[in-house]
Design a protein around this ligand. Sequence first.
Ligand SMILES: Nc1ncnc2c1ncn2[C@@H]1O[C@H](COP(=O)(O)OP(=O)(O)OP(=O)(O)O)[C@@H](O)[C@H]1O
Length: 969
Amino acid sequence: MTVLSSAPIWSNIGKFFLVFLGWSAYVLAFGFVLFAVTRLYESLRNEKLIRNSMVFGLVVLCLLVLLESRLIMGPLTAGALADVLAMPFQGWPPAVGHVLVIGLILVVTIFTFRITFAHVMMVYRFIERIIGDSPRGEDEYEEESEAAPSRFLGQRPQFSRYSAASRAALDDFEDVDEPEAELELPSAPSRRQLASRAGKVAQAARASKQPQPAAPLVDEEIYYDDGFNSYDDYSDKTIAMEPEQYEYEDENYYFDDEDPLNDINLHKHHVSIVPRGVHEPQPLDITDHTGATRGAHQQALSFDDHQGLRFDDHDDQTVIDDDIVLQPAPGNEPLLLEPNPRGEAARSGRKVRQVTPNPPVVAPAPVQRQASVAMPVIPPAPKSGSGSKKMANAVASMNTPNIKSSWQPPKLDVLQAPDNAKQQIYSEDTAALAKLIQDTLRSFRVEAEVREEDISIGPTIIRFGIRPTGRPQMVLDEMSGKLMPVRDASGQIVYETRTRVSRIMALQNDLALVLEAKTIRMEAPVPGRPYVGVEIPNKNSRLVMLREVLESKEFQAAKAKSKLSIGLGKDVAGQVRVGDLAKMPHLLIAGATGAGKSVMINAIIASILMQSTPDDVRLLMVDPKMVELNMYNGIPHLLSPVVVDVEKVVSLLKNAIAEMERRYRLFSQLGVRNLEGYRKLRAQKLTQGDTSLNNLPAIVIIIDELADLMMAAPEEVEGMICRLAQLARATGIHLVVATQRPSVDVITGLIKANIPTRISFMVSSAVDSRTIIDMGGAERLLGRGDMLYLPADAGRPERIQGAFLSDDEAQRLADFWRQQIVQHALALGVDPQAANEQSQVEPGWELKVEHPDEFELEDELLDRAEDVVREQGRASISLLQRRLKIGYSRAARLIDLLEQHGIIGQSVDGGRAREVYDNGPRGGGDGHSLADEADDIMEEEKARNEFLRNQASRFSHNPPPIDDDEMDM
Ligand SMILES: Nc1ncnc2c1ncn2[C@@H]1O[C@H](COP(=O)(O)OP(=O)(O)OP(=O)(O)O)[C@@H](O)[C@H]1O
């Protein structure tokens, strides 16, 4: 106005405004300038500061103040507009006009600036604090604790991290003299109460346009509480309730910043009492640490776990213990074992001894046994000059103390090289997809962001990481005068309201729709990462060849540690993933037909054949499909030819159990606990020239279709697999079991409990997925090698694209090993054909056809049974059960055999006890009375019923504990 009135051209316009608006013309001019500046700021910062309701409110407020000034000062003082506004008040008592206008001013002020009771209280407290001289913090919370409606305004009590026994936390705020009863936390309301309360609050909020507190979220919780994996089952319901959810995302929603019992404020208080500045590092609390890192995937460091091996890098030695040093010899020489200079032997001088490369094996291939004596040593693969590789070779040799094997593993050339297609990298397409995801979430009013660094591109899958964000808490920066988001000590933005992970999960189908993906899988949260993973198929997918996995440094490091390392494939970030069968120690593979199980089994076999000689690992294979594993027949690793006849499987498993028991006996005699201990002992003995201990190779039993076996002989197969799985780990016997029928009659509870490491390929339903990996997700896989790998020690499965191995490659690999048998035979002057036939079955591993319900009863047991019946002068099943401590079915079978051998007679007139022919020298038993007969009948009935109940419960998929007698074969 000043400018206008001083400029001659505009002075008349200025005068008009002053006459019309009075003093408010200045306010109006100032308001225009402020509005222009704020709009400019808004456009520069892309923020919205001016609300229309506020502009309108300010204008009304200005007019009311103008009117009030006119009422106070009389006509012609506040401009013509004020005179017009005051016209309705003419004739009114002046006091009424003042009260009305001032009242209106107050109301408009409250609406314009959204003043709440909390603000009033804040001002009140502030004034009170200034007037009174009590220091800040005293007494104030005591009053509030009465006024505060809830201690958990910011969070529901049952989920508050401060709720359970959080006395200490609350004590910071509450008067210590407060009676005990008042400190008691409110008990968590029932779900029903919460739901009805939620409904009421929602109604009230709708009516008054006030924000809802957090209670309505209970509804959401009801749907999501049981975990995201069963999301599919209720996604429809969840999506249907979306509009309800938006109400409490209203931007008016706020917490009372001053409420000391609000969880967020409690948290802020805790943060504020953390001492600032540099402070001493605290000792690691291992319980806390374990809790915090549980589930996070951590890549094991190489060379950190060698059962007593230490490495002295500087001189290329491997220290086995204080007495022995394994030293890689120069060139192609065999490894040398020498006493450790720090050990006792070292004190008498550093003596280097070469170990003879003829390790006797427990059940060696006949050709090999001869070869190890007379055959010229096949030179090992040429070593590269690098120290670390030498070290790896040394360690690999150390794991299997047959220091120099006469077998030679193949070179990687046997396998097909990957094609030249490069791994896809981050591109504009990917960025566009990320933006699409973010925009879709925004359009559903879900605050979240997709950052470039959270995008992982794998061979068949791209994973986008969605970070839930929210509404940041803002503070006025005193330096710049701007509103800035509050950051915590680690620099992360502190959110006032956060987006719930479940809201992102609820949009799974919407995201699949906009991304036009065949199927998407969501993982919340990705273990060890602060985001929800959305996995969509990579349109530029490529094969992961086994060779590239075996060539990788990850596999090389794993190979150095274990001869049973297997190349699994590549994860969603394109990183090679390997496993160690020795640690698994058994593996269950399941998936629909054509999903990639057989390829996986071939990859596992190939991983072993590429690194391990028959001295390290022996194989047993069962292939009821008859075509999948046949190609491996004749390789020296096989203990017996691939079993295609289901009836021979029982025999094979029995052999494995017998070998396991034999190894256990051997270990207990030697005082070692497991195969590792045995190998260490053997290495020690070899250094002393003692070759009495044979080499014990690990044994891997591969079963390609468990369902067929479970059909043929459910009890025996289940029992034996469980027995092997429970006890075989220490003896180096490992199971790899595959099935395309992931139903509970095939993968029974017992089998599942004993095989902790599992791989699930694509399955047809979430139920199947749960049967295999105890959670859903496998039904959303893509097939063709796309799998979820659940290691024994991980809570969540990891998605991996399995390594691919063509039939030609497998054939070449098998040919390579068969060729070595021929080479050995030629070197020995044996007929290769004969050698091949001879090496088909290891002595002691011959298989015979067994009818599943028949027990093979050892001669010893039959003899003992004969002794018992002759001693007692009578024969009955219950008698044998009692005296021989065996199960019903074995006792019944023994009775049959005794009858067949003519030792006892047939049962007469339904009686249980039978006549024993010719008591002979061992006779003289007490015969049997009628009372004995009755006892026998009762006992036998009891045992038979027990047996039948067991059988029935096995068929109803609820297996009882295994009867040791039944399995003690
Ligand atoms: N890792 C992989 N990478 C690429 N393709 C694969 C992979 N694994 C399997 N496939 C493809 O899937 C097909 C079927 O695989 P596979 O024979 O292993 O299935 P399966 O689960 O054993 O089926 P079935 O139970 O009927 O034998 C293969 O011929 C191959 O084309």
